[in-house]
Write a protein that binds this ligand. Structure first.
Ligand code: GRF
Length: 198
């Protein structure tokens, strides 16, 4: 399957960057077709512009009317022939209309081994703090399909790491982010080769 990716990100965009690097080096055959952010000050936006991806800031600041915002997003997805959305640290819920428009081909990466440590409020350091507090032996990252409930859709791919005795939430976060950078591209490659079907 030829992937024409629309990236959605709100902050650093390191996961998107890892995917872009793999595309650049020919390890992934996907096209980086579109970038959308709700944060006009994000590093992710700078990264997307540097990679010459058509980039747009769309938020309640640019569109006070939700329907207009959703319609504009859908127009852009069509204009750039996007057939998959890759959420990479996108801090907004994606409206069902947008998800349906792409036949549910919307992926997210979560910094823990779902179904544990997911759901509302489970983002950023909250996740890693909670994992440490629960005395888990492993953590990791999960790529899953996005549906209307936080961190709930079908799990597509996971990678785990050991939690070390002296791990803090911060040290764990750093190691999990590194495997996220491998896992997201690995998942896209498997979708490309029909080894994961979505
Ligand atoms: C990652 O930890 C990811 O799991 C979560 O948001 C973070 C995004 O990091 N969904 P970055 O913006 O890709 O650096």
């Amino acid at each position: 399957m030829q992937l024409n990716i629309a990236f959605f990100a709100s902050h650093g965009g390191s996961n998107m960057q890892a995917i872009l690097d793999n595309i650049f080096h020919g390890r992934l055959k996907a096209n980086a077709s579109l970038f959308i952010t709700n944060n006009s000050n994000s590093l992710a936006l700078e990264r997307a512009k540097s990679a010459n991806i058509p980039s747009y800031h769309i938020s309640s600041k640019t569109h006070s009317n939700d329907d207009n915002r959703i319609e504009h997003t859908i127009e852009l997805l069509d204009k750039y022939n996007c057939n998959i959305i890759v959420l990479a640290g996108y801090m907004k819920i994606l409206e069902p209309k947008i998800i349906r428009h792409l036949n549910n081909r919307v992926l997210n990466i979560h910094p823990a081994l779902l179904p544990k440590f997911g759901g509302e409020g489970m983002f950023g350091m909250n996740v890693h703090r909670s994992v440490i507090e629960h005395g888990e032996k492993f953590s990791g990252a999960t790529v899953h399909i996005v549906d209307e409930v936080y961190d709930n859709g079908k799990i597509l791919n996971q990678m785990s790491i050991n939690i070390l005795e002296n791990d803090t939430a911060e040290s764990l976060a750093g190691r999990v982010l590194k495997i996220e950078h491998i896992l997201y591209s690995d998942t896209l490659k498997k979708i490309e080769n029909s080894r994961i079907l979505i």
